[in-house]
Design a binder for this molecule. Structure first.
Ligand code: RB5
Length: 153
């Protein structure tokens, strides 16, 4: 069982509720951080809320959806500690966790349908970081880049 945050702008809204229900049917706890299908909403607001839930430890993984996945993916990676990627193929959705400790899966609600989206979240949630030295070394280098650009303090 995992605590999984989910959020979407209006471009990703149609995938959000079925994916939340699917994750719950697999036995996970889902934290829904919005939205409500408002055409005037902005993806950075949902990306920030979801990224903070990961950063603060309120959720172990996140699923974030916008129209293409691109804007939300860019925005959520601005939160330190978030390692997010768009994955529209199942290999990347699990390998991103196993090798890169990806903690947020980003989807494009105007790109893929619900069946593929369910498969992607299932393999993403089911995957674990390998713990291998070479993978950890690379993640440490990624984190070091992040720290070099964080304000001091
Ligand atoms: C919203 O219309 C759309 O621009 C947004 O969901 C996303 O696709 C941005 O990358």
């Amino acid at each position: 069982m995992m605590r999984i945050a989910i959020s979407a702008d209006h471009g990703g809204y149609l995938l959000k509720q079925p994916l939340a229900s699917y994750l719950e049917s697999l036995g996970h706890e889902v934290i829904d951080l919005g939205g409500v299908n408002d055409p005037k909403d902005d993806y950075p607001d949902f990306a920030e809320a979801l990224g903070l839930a990961i950063r603060n430890g309120e959720a172990e993984r996140g699923v974030l959806i916008c129209g293409s996945g691109v804007g939300a993916n860019i925005a959520v990676n601005k939160i330190p500690g978030v390692r997010a990627s768009i994955c529209h193929d199942s290999y990347s959705a699990h390998q991103g966790v196993e090798h890169d400790a990806m903690n947020v899966l980003v989807l494009g609600g105007r790109v893929i349908g619900i069946e593929l989206a369910q498969e992607l979240v299932r393999v993403f949630i089911g995957a674990n970081f390998s713990g291998e030295d070479r993978h950890q070394r690379r993640i440490d280098k990624v984190t070091a880049i992040e720290h070099r650009f964080l304000p001091e303090g």
